[in-house]
Ligand binder design. Sequence first.
Ligand SMILES: *[C@@H]1O[C@H](CO)[C@@H](O)[C@H](O)[C@H]1NC(C)=O
Length: 165
Amino acid sequence: FAPSGPGILTRTLLNAGLRVVALENNSAFLPNLQSLENSLDGQLKVIYGDFFRLDPLVTGTLKPPAMCSDKLFETMGVAPVPWGADVPLRVFGILPQKKERNMLWKFIFALYECSSIYRWGRVELNIFLSEKQYKVLTAKPGETRAYQALTVLWQVGCEIQLLHM
Ligand SMILES: *[C@@H]1O[C@H](CO)[C@@H](O)[C@H](O)[C@H]1NC(C)=O
């Protein structure tokens, strides 16, 4: 599923023949996406929500587009799979640069805890991120500045692959 924004990712995924759940956090863009959804006979599901505000650490009632993964996965109709099973779903998104580091910490935390999206199994992330953070994630020991705690946690927890630059 993808944050749809201008809809580039969503359309590309749809054209590739995939079933897509699009999370749109801007209600002004919803009508357009919903008419696309209605024209597609089940290939696209549009949800008002923000992937980068999923399972906030604060407790209390969530105000949309913030949302909890329980609700999201229920709406998507995706059931949890065991950790050793194949990837249950793929996430495509563009990490907003302001939140990039926070998000990388949040995801890796959730991964080690098998919490949030990782309660459903080994969710694959396909994300656009800045070259700077990519270098942090893939740094080697001895590369001062780039090699950080975040580097080690991601490299131990995940297989990191550069798909496109
Ligand atoms: C939607 O998400 C983008 C990217 O994370 C963010 O810049 C924007 O402020 C969000 N909009 C709302 C209404 O939450």
